[in-house]
Design a protein around this ligand. Structure first.
Ligand SMILES: Cc1cc2nc3c(=O)[nH]c(=O)nc-3n(C[C@H](O)[C@H](O)[C@H](O)COP(=O)(O)OP(=O)(O)OC[C@H]3O[C@@H](n4cnc5c(N)ncnc54)[C@H](O)[C@@H]3O)c2cc1C
Ligand SMILES: Cc1cc2nc3c(=O)[nH]c(=O)nc-3n(C[C@H](O)[C@H](O)[C@H](O)COP(=O)(O)O)c2cc1C
Length: 609
């Protein structure tokens, strides 16, 4: 509701005097904190016009039968696609449903829901995806939402080669039950080849709801109410998708670390031609890759296959095993299933002992590629046996390093080569080896856009941003700055970047220097870990420049973190908490709540991998 302006103020006199009364008891720090909080709330209101519309239309339906809530908790799009398909199928079946991205959902609203279906993937070391961190924390917090009258079901997506398989889904499932909500069906955990089991879960869930909802629903035009309630802002429909990628030509493939650098990082540019592909800064590029022919040969020879033997893929395609190994199967990532299955077939006692101990098995997988397992214990396999041991190939994602406002029909990425040695042989990552070592300008690659709803620039171009990244984590910030520069956006920009050495690893150095010279980049802080005796990382810069960071936060800045998930993102978060506590004079608990509030209002966003 909007009040008529009084004396030029967008607020009425009663509300204003009530506010003034309440504010009079606050000290300067509390007032500063509140200003940031209110600013963030206002941003959120602007961000969610569709949701506001839904709230207005909800009561009528709520009196009938509150819609089913589908919560999607996804990082790289798989859970989002399953949740979207669940919404479409429920809608088609006439069940009123609403799909929300967990990042846009306030956990306390759970108290007023009737039935929630959660589709959640797991990230990091058994953690929820970025967009579901706040929801997860709220459910496990001191004051969890009231869910006793809630019904729920969970579908979890994960990867069984991680020790904490599907942990986020397991957490949501067990904690909702623990808090008194009623589980409709047992949770289903899906591995990387999730499609068939996810489809089955969707079908079963829709069938159950159709039966029960139609029994409970009052006579109403279900289709109309469904339409009114589908409130999730839809991502821009892509013409080309993961399943139907676009074949793009490489325009540039250039190494951007020096000859002396420990790392091989490349800048790649692709021509989008007249594909009509659209992306936003923050999105990722999906890349389908081909495995190294030399690695394919090595694997074939270890298992005594020629390569011309045929296999049938899950979709019925019949092709030669050499072709399957090249384009359809993962051969650069080892898995527990592979080692367990191979140990059984080879009947090798050492391998059998190893797979009996899950901790030993995890360590072995982390340090031993599939090719090394086979080379150490070569065993003849049939093509079907080999196929059965391997997972389907999955495309890799790369943060987009360009903005279309600047580069038009091109897309740029920044790729760090995965490279290591085992048993005196050099191994490369599947996709990074393909992109960085085997492709050059003029070659073609199958690509698609993976939208990242959880990593978006502020809506208001005048909002200041702080970009914190290490290594290839700089990529999306190049895109952010291209957008701001191309449109002459007023917001201040602070880059906090870390890598090994200034001389060898300052990715896009000339561009950043140019941006600083033109004052588009208002402030920059660089951390070179190997340029002096003691290690200096981005988190040290945050701690040293905490007063300025606090000031930027008071000015409404949005914080972005990109790069390594396992160490950098955690150390950066600890440093942020320390700065907020120190500079804001807050207790550890209050600093934690402050950061949660930033996260909930989309002012603290991470794209970590
Ligand atoms: C949203 C998102 C954005 C991303 N953005 C970027 C980006 O901008 N730039 C970028 O470079 N990457 C980015 N990544 C990471 C990228 O997707 C790939 O994971 C990365 O390039 C490695 O893939 P690969 O196919 O080259 O390696 P893989 O073939 O996946 O090989 C990795 C595997 O090699 C094995 N391995 C590695 N080291 C060793 C060792 N020492 N001993 C034994 N085995 C080992 C491990 O099993 C590991 O799983 C991003 C990821 C995500 C999810
Ligand atoms: C960086 C990273 C970490 C992951 N960690 C786990 C994990 O700890 N446990 C797990 O079961 N799956 C893990 N996965 C696998 C994902 O859950 C799986 O790929 C899932 O299909 C992704 O769904 P999404 O695209 O909706 O995020 C991880 C994936 C990535 C990229």
């Amino acid at each position: 509701m909007s009040y008529p302006p009084l004396s030029g103020l967008p607020i009425n006199s009663d509300t204003l005097s009530e506010l003034q009364k309440n504010l009079s008891g606050l000290n300067p720090l509390q007032t500063a904190w509140l200003s940031g909080y209110l600013w963030a709330r206002s941003q959120q209101m602007e961000l969610l016009p569709a949701a506001a519309g839904t709230a207005a239309s909800a009561p009528a339906a709520a009196e009938a039968l509150a819609p089913v809530l589908i919560l999607s908790a996804s990082q790289t799009g798989n859970a989002r696609r399953v949740a979207q398909s669940l919404l479409e199928k429920l809608t088609a079946a006439g069940v009123a449903a609403v799909l929300k991205n967990a990042g846009d959902y306030k956990s306390r609203q759970l108290a007023s829901e009737r039935l929630v279906l959660i589709v959640a993937s797991t990230q990091g070391d058994g953690e929820p995806p970025e967009e579901a961190l706040t929801l997860h924390k709220a459910l496990f917090g001191k004051k969890p939402p009231e869910v006793k009258s809630l019904q729920f079901a969970v579908l979890s997506l994960g990867d069984s080669s991680y020790p904490d398989f599907c942990q986020a889904g397991k957490d949501f499932d067990s904690q909702l039950a623990q808090l008194g909500a009623q589980r409709l069906f047992d949770r289903v955990d899906c591995d990387l080849d999730f499609q068939a089991s996810a489809d089955e879960w969707v079908e079963k869930t829709v069938a159950w709801l159709v039966e029960h909802e139609s029994r409970n629903a009052p006579a109403a035009d279900a289709a109309t109410s469904v339409q009114a309630l589908v409130s999730e802002p839809q991502v821009h429909e892509q013409i080309y998708t993961r399943e139907k990628p676009f074949t793009a030509t490489i325009l540039t493939n250039q190494k951007i670390t020096s000859r002396q650098s420990q790392k091989d990082v490349r800048h790649l540019e692709f021509d989008l031609g007249d594909s009509g592909i659209r992306y936003q800064p923050g999105d990722a590029l999906g890349v389908w890759f081909k495995n190294d022919p030399a690695l394919v040969d090595s694997i074939l020879s270890c298992v005594s296959l020629e390569g011309s033997e045929t296999v049938t893929l899950a979709d019925g395609t019949v092709l030669e095993i050499r072709d399957a190994l090249s384009r359809h199967l993962e051969i650069t990532q080892n898995t527990p299933a592979f080692v367990k299955g191979y140990a059984q077939i080879a009947q090798d006692q050492d391998l059998l002992d190893l797979v009996a101990d899950s901790k030993l098995l995890q360590d072995y997988i982390a340090s031993t590629p599939i090719d090394v397992v086979l080379r150490r214990v070569p065993t003849a396999l049939t093509a079907d046996q080999l196929h059965g041991l391997l997972r389907p190939l999955t495309p890799r994602l790369y943060s987009i390093a360009s903005a279309q406002d600047e580069v038009g029909e091109e897309v740029h990425i920044t790729v760090g080569l995965v490279e290591y040695e085992q048993d005196a042989k050099q191994y490369l990552g599947g996709a990074s080896g393909y992109l960085n070592r085997r492709l050059e300008s003029g070659d073609e690659v199958d690509i698609f856009i993976e939208p990242s709803a959880h990593f978006r620039m502020p809506q208001d171009p005048a909002t200041p941003i702080v970009m914190i990244g290490a290594g290839t984590g700089i990529a999306p910030f190049r895109a952010f700055m291209q957008k701001r520069d191309a449109n002459d956006e007023a917001g201040e920009n602070w880059l906090i970047f870390g890598n090994q050495s200034f001389k060898d690893d300052f990715l896009y150095q000339l561009e950043w220097q140019q941006l600083a010279k033109s004052s588009r980049l208002s402030r920059y802080s660089l951390a070179w870990s190997r340029d002096q005796n003691e290690k200096i990382y981005v988190q040290h810069k945050l701690l040293n420049e905490g007063a300025q960071l606090w000031q930027w936060l008071q000015n409404g800045a949005h914080l972005y973190v990109c790069g390594d998930a396992s160490r950098m993102a955690k150390d950066v978060e600890a440093a942020l908490l320390e700065v907020v506590a120190r500079e804001g004079g807050l207790s550890a608990d209050d600093a934690d709540a402050y950061l949660d509030e930033l996260r909930e209002s989309h002012r603290y966003q991470r794209d970590v991998y």
